[in-house]
Design a protein around this ligand. Structure first.
Ligand SMILES: [Zn+2]
Length: 318
């Protein structure tokens, strides 16, 4: 947990709040709050004036959608509460990829504070325990109780769910517009430039869940628990791979190039030497082959999973 998230936890406990937090009431504990229509064409979401004075003022842009106003308010509470945020601050919630300035660092910290205030880790974990295997239900709870947007809920789940999950948000045409993975996951992310259908993404995952809202899909894939193919152990992974390459590529020099590429992708995971079980390593290696268009013919070959299993078994038996 980051220092600014710890300040959110302390703010909740210190004021005896319990989730879901009434963010407007919480803001009025520490500041005067006004909802004001900012001039058209302003990108700003909110403003905090004199955050370290006896009574700071928070202005929220009432022209933005309600979920965004709620997140803004939680973000501005962050500027008031986080001790090192000083001076008047005009807020922009979107994490724009700009040079690493202290302004954008403060904005990011206030976003982390807001996410922890609106969707406290402890509370989200409780929801996850109550609705195991029910990501759709978690979204419904977060949207109705914390009044956050589906994308804010997605980022929060990405920060809290355990290893080996990938997620994607579609555009209105069902193409992947944004994608990510949970902390410490090594899943190779698919392209998010609008060229991959959500239905074609992450084909090696063991399960998928989708939440739909506003014409977009919020999809989650889990990679941890894979059914492995039965193998006879009469052939080595080298034999299986050679056969696959002969099936998909006629040019020997191109076969050699593909073989090198496949070894590099498998080796990335196995080289980490984490000594998990065969099933876990099998799932991790498969997830590294996601979204690699140059290897599409290889990974769709009927014996590809056999290759991966044999490769993992040999490595772990050393
Ligand atoms: Zn801000």
């Amino acid at each position: 947990m980051t220092p600014e998230e710890k300040h959110a936890v302390r703010f909740i406990k210190g004021n005896k709040l319990s989730p879901p937090i009434d963010v407007e009431a919480a803001a009025r504990l520490v500041a005067d709050v006004e909802f004001v229509a900012f001039p058209p064409y302003t990108s700003a979401d909110g403003i905090t004036l004199d955050p370290k004075s006896a009574r700071p003022r928070i202005l929220v842009n009432s022209e933005k959608p309600r979920t965004r106003q709620i997140f803004t308010l939680a973000h501005e509470i962050g500027h008031v509460v986080i001790p090192w945020h000083t001076g008047n601050i005009v807020s922009h919630l979107d994490d724009i990829d700009l040079p690493y300035t202290s302004y954008w660092l403060c904005e990011r910290e206030a976003n982390h504070f807001a996410a922890e205030l609106l969707m406290p880790t402890e509370w989200v974990n409780l929801l996850l325990a109550t609705h195991s295997n029910g990501i759709r239900k978690i979204y419904k709870e977060l949207l109705s109780q914390a009044e956050v947007s589906p994308i804010a809920a997605t980022y929060r789940l990405s920060a809290i769910l355990p290893i080996n999950y990938a997620w994607a948000v579609s555009d209105e045409f069902g193409m992947v517009a944004e994608t990510g993975r949970t902390h410490n996951s090594t899943i190779n992310l698919c392209s998010s430039d609008g060229s991959v259908r959500v239905d074609d993404a992450y084909r090696f995952a063991s399960s998928r869940e989708t939440f739909e809202s506003g014409g977009k899909q919020y999809c989650w894939w889990y990679f941890g628990d894979q059914d492995m193919p039965e193998v006879a152990h009469t052939a080595t992974w080298r034999d299986v791979l050679r056969k696959i390459l002969e099936d998909v590529e006629h040019d020997p020099s191109e076969r050699k190039r593909l073989s090198t590429r496949i070894s590099a992708v498998s080796g990335f995971i196995l080289g980490k030497r984490e000594y998990n079980s065969v099933r876990e390593e099998y799932a991790r290696v498969l997830s590294r082959f996601e979204g690699r268009s140059e290897l599409r013919a290889v990974v769709r070959h009927r014996d590809f999973k056999t290759y991966v299993r044999l490769r993992v078994e040999e490595f772990l038996s050393k």
